[in-house]
Design a protein around this ligand. Sequence first.
Ligand SMILES: [Zn+2]
Length: 332
Amino acid sequence: MPERYSPENYEPSRADKANNLNNRLNKFATKHLGRHGRLMFYILFEISGTWSAKQGIEKFPIIGEVLRSATAQAYEKGINRDIQPLADSLRQEVGTALIDYLENMHIIREWSGNRKIKAEGEDRKVHVTGFESLAVNNQQISAVMEQTIPKFLEENTYSISFEQNLLMSSEYNLEEKNADGVADYSTKEIKISATKSFSASRIINSTLLHEIWHNSDWYGARSVPTEERLRLLQDIIQRVKSPDRYKSDYVESINNPDKQKELQYKATEYFAEVGSKVLTNEIYTIPKADRDLFRAYIKKHDPNFDWAKANRRRSEIVQPKQKSKRKVHSAK
Ligand SMILES: [Zn+2]
């Protein structure tokens, strides 16, 4: 188990630090910069990649303001007008900030030219580092990525590295403060934390498969059209609210005084949690409505994905067959 949280070992999470920084920058920008200055300010942040736009839009109201005006202008020009009713109904559910961001990702993508998003023809191998002393090594993780998951999930991952002491988002208000993994959808980097006692199956099936789905959700799947990303979000929100949802202890314990944010966070984690299970034998613990949703999403973006073959292969990689040390008695 990861080291338990206590006030003595608590360090501010990246989100907490970003929040403090954002508040200070927000004051500065509001006081000293005009509308165009603030827009440039935001673009610079996006390009710097030091802080994700997702945190940014939640913590930095100017970004929301700029995006809301971009949304309004797009509607006026007829862009996205056909999905306006869907977008507006989602605004009621999870708030305007997320939906404004999702509707304007095409602009943000152009601004974010130096992000580590793989271009067509670029080496598609995922960079895997740091797992030498754990129950799985770098080669096994690379093999899982190359041979056992839908292609688009692999393509939406830039790197997977080991890092100690990862923390849960403080926005989730969970008792457990340590995270086994984090995914940054904007840089496509995945970090995994584990100790020597963690089994290969825990690292691969519980943590890695969960994190890779984050990079292909409504935030992460940048190549998926806006309408499909919004519909995906809507479908998952319906599942999260449905009485026959998959009841994950983790997702169920997320809470936030802002109920729109809480629903947003639950949807994000529900998607990754259920997504990881539908790739493994645990698919049979997942309600049919969720299985159907994920099967359709996978089929659309990787029609050739062979679940059974991939699942068998992953089992072989996670638990390599014991090589016999001595000659086996010849069978008669
Ligand atoms: Zn997660």
